[in-house]
Design a protein around this ligand. Sequence first.
Ligand SMILES: CC(C)(COP(=O)(O)OP(=O)(O)OC[C@H]1O[C@@H](n2cnc3c(N)ncnc32)[C@H](O)[C@@H]1OP(=O)(O)O)[C@@H](O)C(=O)NCCC(=O)NCCS
Length: 98
Amino acid sequence: MGFSGFEDKGGEALDFGWRLGRDWWGGGYGFEASAAALWVGRNTFGLKKIIAHSYPENTGSVRIMQKMGMSFLGDSAYNGQPLVVYGFPEEWPDGWRP
Ligand SMILES: CC(C)(COP(=O)(O)OP(=O)(O)OC[C@H]1O[C@@H](n2cnc3c(N)ncnc32)[C@H](O)[C@@H]1OP(=O)(O)O)[C@@H](O)C(=O)NCCC(=O)NCCS
C-alpha cells in the first residue's frame, strides 16, 4: 500500500515521511500508518527530534502532521519549492533551524 517511516539523513533531526499508492488515498490509512510508526519509533526505539516536511499545499500530509500532535517549526525548500517543516517544539528549546 505504501510506507510511513523514518530516515536518518545525518543531521540533528530525524526525517519522518509517508507515501501511499493513489488507490489507497482518503481511507484514513495515511494517518493510521503514520501514527503507528510514530508510536513505535518513540516507544520502542526511543527516537527523538523527529521532523516532517511537506509542500504547504499538500493538505492531507500537513493534516496528518497536525493530527499526530506536530506543530509548525519553520520553512524550508527543496529544488526551489517551499516546504513547511513540522515537529515537536518541546524537542527544540532553542528553536529549529534547517
Ligand atoms: C498524503 C497522504 C499520505 C495522505 O494519506 P491518506 O490516507 O489519504 O490520508 P488520511 O485519509 O489518513 O487523512 C488524514 C487527514 O488529512 C485529510 N486529507 C487527506 N487528503 C486530503 C486532501 N487531498 N485534501 C484535504 N484534506 C485531506 C483527511 O480528511 C484527514 O483529516 P481529518 O481526519 O481531519 O478529516 C497520501 O495522499 C499520499 O500518499 N500522497 C502522495 C505522497 C505524499 O504527498 N506524501 C507526503 C510527502 S510530505
